[in-house]
Design a protein around this ligand. Structure first.
Ligand SMILES: Nc1ncnc2c1ncn2[C@@H]1O[C@H](COP(=O)(O)OP(=O)(O)O)[C@@H](O)[C@H]1O
Ligand SMILES: CC(=O)N[C@@H](CCC(=O)OP(=O)(O)O)C(=O)O
Length: 302
């Protein structure tokens, strides 16, 4: 079926208006950390998938890294396995690791792949184990306890950090017009599985690809101060102060740290995006105001 004359004229008007913005990102890679509400609510899921497919169709290259903390939590609960977080990271024993791998690599990854493909894209799902995509090493977490002069090193089990990313594999898939969808599971030298915070994986993938943007979709308006005002254009020193005084805590810690690392590692900009807003990805790409907290190496304020 073809478009009506009116519809075609409307498409032409919109595309003409959008063209300079589209051209700004044509051929560029945008890494999107997909998680939170945008992954659970049907309307937001569909608007996310449409945005990603539209980006790819106009020549922008999305690479998706997904979370799935709540989905892991649900299954652990059904299995009566206790779960605890330290510094925003899930303490992961062997039993928990099995669940993490099943939920992220099986259920969540394939749901997203299917969602994008149902909207006309060609998504391909991978975990860090596929072709050694994400090599990992054990993460050492240090915690400052009041009254102790030295930070203590805490063992939180099979939790990893990214040692390397096989950018060649992702670039091959992207140039063949696939949309890579990556689950945040890493593989150690010895073949062991590691549970890695999805924000950290997204940051390292963005760095390895020299991405133009890193978008971290979440369930909150952005990075906020103690009064709930959304902050943007922060310097590294300001962020450090906000961590020290407890304004940034929990799940926001890995998010902010990886955003800072990414821009220092050459990514154009990192944005904490309000994933509760429909079409958040396109709004962030094509509007001046965006939908969250922008972090750049030049500390530009928008
Ligand atoms: N300064 C802050 N501004 C906004 N959110 C913060 C801040 N400090 C901590 N948080 C918490 O971090 C959460 C986001 O992290 P998380 O729940 O892990 O997100 P996601 O699941 O999207 O990765 C927010 O919902 C909020 O509870
Ligand atoms: C080590 C660690 O905490 N890993 C995370 C991996 C998933 C994730 O990061 O999901 P969200 O982005 O939805 O939080 C976890 O086990 O929950």
């Amino acid at each position: 079926m073809m478009l009506s004359r009116d519809a075609a004229a409307q498409v032409s008007r919109v595309l003409t208006e959008a063209l300079p913005y589209i051209q700004r990102f044509t051929g560029k890679t945008i890494v999107i950390k997909y998680g939170g509400n945008a992954m659970e609510n049907e309307e937001l899921k569909n608007s996310f998938a449409r945005d990603v497919v539209l980006m790819k169709t106009v020549g922008i290259n999305p690479v998706v890294v997904h979370g799935g903390g709540p989905q892991i939590g649900d299954l652990l609960k059904r299995l009566n396995i206790e779960s605890q977080f330290i510094e925003g990271m899930r303490v992961t024993d062997s039993q928990t690791m099995d669940v993490v791998e099943m939920v992220l690599g099986g259920q969540v990854n394939k749901d997203i792949v299917n969602l994008i493909n149902q909207h006309g894209g060609s998504a391909i799902g991978l975990t860090g184990k596929d072709a050694g995509l994400i090599k990992a090493r054990k993460l050492k977490v240090s915690r400052h306890t009041p009254g102790m002069d030295k930070p203590e090193i805490i063992d939180i089990g099979h939790v990893g950090e990214v040692a390397s990313v096989n950018a060649h594999l992702i670039n091959r898939l992207v140039s063949d017009d696939y949309i890579p969808v990556i689950a945040p599971i890493g593989v150690g030298e010895d073949g062991a599985s590691y549970n890695i915070n999805a924000d950290l994986v997204a940051g390292k993938v963005a760095e390895a690809l020299g991405a133009e943007k890193l978008m971290l979709l979440t369930n909150i308006a952005g990075l906020m101060d103690k009064e709930g005002k959304v902050l943007t254009g922060l310097t590294t020193a300001q962020v450090d102060a906000l961590i020290a005084d407890g304004t940034i805590y929990g799940g926001m810690l890995p998010k902010i740290r990886c955003a800072l690392d990414a821009v220092q590692g050459g990514v154009g900009s990192a944005i904490i995006v309000d994933g509760r807003v429909p079409n958040a990805v396109l709004l962030e790409l094509f509007t001046d105001t965006g939908v969250g907290t922008l972090i750049t190496n030049q500390q530009k304020v928008r």
